[in-house]
Each structure stands twice: as structure tokens, then as C-alpha cells.
Design a protein around this ligand. Structure first.
Ligand code: ZN
Length: 191
């Protein structure tokens, strides 16, 4: 066991305890494993040996630690289509690739937002490469908007790699996404 794995194991136990323990849903774990496998087969740089667990907490959140990706029960319940679930895993995989859980805590909110935006951009790339809908990242951010600091969701969506989004016909059909596009044109999003 590497020191990173050991640190990950102890952090995992702490996280599981803080979030009400793990929820043993075989169906959810199988679904997460299937999507995780699809992502790791499509993107060779993603770590293969990863466990996927649900946390009992009802709030919407996701976490990654070396070798583990967690979604709260509350988030999982909202991600009823596979593209959204793929987006959530892709974002957490991006944190794993960047070793974000092993880095020091962010000094301030700006640094934390920057970390999220980098993971979002990588996630869109993973979504494209595995053939999932790349606009799912924007939809996911919209779903968890209320769980984040004020203004983060709009800024994160505005920073997503643009060609992936407007070129997709789903963007044109989805009024929620069009609203964000219009917001971006309105300016004031700190480009
Ligand atoms: Zn994140």
C-alpha cells in the first residue's frame, strides 16, 4: 500500500463516518461500476481500480479519494439519466487524475472554484471521448447549483469548453442550457 493509498483509506473512513455511513445499494453500485468501467476503458489515463459507493447523506455532493469515488444518496437520486451520472463520475475522475484530494486545502474560495473549473473541463473531454453527451456537465452543474457558493454554477457553466456545448443539438432543445448561454452573452461572468 502506498502512502497515498493509506492516507486515502483513513480519509475515506472519516468521510464515510461524517456522511452517515455507506449505503449498500447493490443496484446503484453496479450501475456506477458499469459507467466507471466505460469511462476508464475510453480514457486510458483514468485509474482503473476504483470503488464506487453511495453515502447516506441526503444533500447532493460527490467526493473522490485515491481509489474511491463517492456520491451522496441525495445526488444519486437526482441523476436519473446515464449521461448525468457519467458527468458526475467524470468530474470526480478529473479530481483523481489531478490528485486534488492529496493537495493542501484551497487557500480561498477563488482557488476552490478554479479547481472545480479545471475538473469540469477535463470531465467534458472524458464525456466526449466515451461517447456520452458532453452537455451533461452543464446540466449536472445546474442540478447542484443550490449546494454551491453563490454564483459558482453560472461561472462554471460559462467556463465549460464552448465548442462542446452549443454545437450539440441537445443544447438547442434544452431551455435550461439556452438560459445559461443567454446569461453568458449578457456579460458580467468574469471571462
Ligand atoms: Zn469537484
Amino acid at each position: 500500500m502506498s502512502s497515498a493509498t493509506l492516507a486515502g483509506t483513513s480519509a475515506a473512513l472519516q468521510l464515510e463516518q461524517e456522511c452517515g455511513g455507506v449505503n449498500d445499494s447493490a443496484e446503484a453500485e453496479q450501475r456506477l461500476e458499469a459507467i466507471g468501467e466505460w469511462l476508464t476503458l475510453s480514457c486510458a489515463e483514468l485509474p482503473r481500480a476504483c470503488r464506487y459507493r453511495l453515502l447516506n447523506e441526503c444533500g447532493m455532493n460527490a467526493f473522490s479519494l485515491p481509489g474511491r469515488i463517492y456520491l451522496t444518496r441525495g445526488l444519486y437520486a437526482r441523476l436519473n439519466d446515464d449521461d448525468l451520472l457519467t458527468a458526475a463520475l467524470a468530474h470526480e475522475f478529473a479530481h483523481l487524475v489531478r490528485d486534488d484530494s492529496l493537495r493542501p486545502r484551497c487557500a480561498d474560495e477563488r482557488e476552490a472554484l478554479e479547481r472545480e473549473m479545471l475538473a469540469d473541463a477535463m470531465a467534458v473531454d472524458y464525456l466526449r471521448r466515451c461517447g456520452a453527451d458532453p452537455t451533461a456537465m452543464a446540466r449536472l452543474i445546474e442540478i447542484v447549483a443550490g449546494e454551491q457558493p453563490e454564483g459558482w454554477a453560472t461561472r462554471r457553466i460559462a467556463r465549460l469548453p464552448r465548442p462542446a456545448v452549443p454545437d450539440d443539438p441537445r443544447w438547442l432543445r434544452d431551455p435550461g442550457l439556452r438560459r445559461f448561454e443567454a446569461g453568458q452573452r449578457g456579460g458580467g461572468l468574469g471571462q
